[in-house]
Design a protein around this ligand. Structure first.
Ligand code: AMP
Ligand code: ZN
Length: 140
């Protein structure tokens, strides 16, 4: 299904031009317009899913294989020293385009990026409670 108001539906469907590096029946992979580093690419399903919570399982399985293939090509073509795979869900998590996409961000020694989080603290009792809550939700 397509959402007529969604820019990534339009890009994935070829109605809006993009710097495409890979395309098949299900996916388009194109370079991010505001790249975090040289070769920053977005893996986008042609079908509209808002986020990870909504994407179809089979589409997601196929998507990660495409992401791996393109990631290897980016590494080989551009000689990056590392790579971050980032996928944002919801505005609080930094999602700005509400059509599922996976960021492939090649990393270079001098890229000036810091894709990281501030480590927190934990205690065993709280961790067990959190794990129990998640396991309960998984069984539901
Ligand atoms: P996110 O913040 O995870 O939703 O990522 C959205 C990404 O889409 C950002 O990195 C934007 O730079 C990128 N973006 C938005 N519009 C376009 C576009 N027309 N072509 C390529 N990348 C885009
Ligand atoms: Zn869409």
């Amino acid at each position: 299904m397509r959402d007529d108001n969604c820019i990534f539906c339009k890009i994935a469907g070829g109605d809006i031009p993009s710097t495409t590096v890979y395309e098949d029946e299900q996916f388009r992979v194109f370079l991010d317009l505001s790249p975090a580093a040289k070769g920053h690419a977005l893996v986008v399903p042609k079908e509209h899913f808002a986020n990870l919570f909504e994407i179809d399982d089979e589409v997601l399985r196929d998507l990660i294989v495409v992401a791996k293939k393109v990631a290897i090509a980016i590494r080989d073509a551009l000689g990056c020293e590392g790579m971050n795979i980032v996928q944002n869900n919801g505005p609080l998590a930094g999602q700005t385009v509400f059509h599922f996409h996976l960021h492939i961000i090649p990393r270079y020694a001098d890229d000036g990026q810091n894709i990281n989080w501030v480590p927190g603290t934990s205690d065993p009792e709280t961790q067990v409670k959190i794990a129990e809550a998640i396991k309960g939700a998984l069984k539901a």
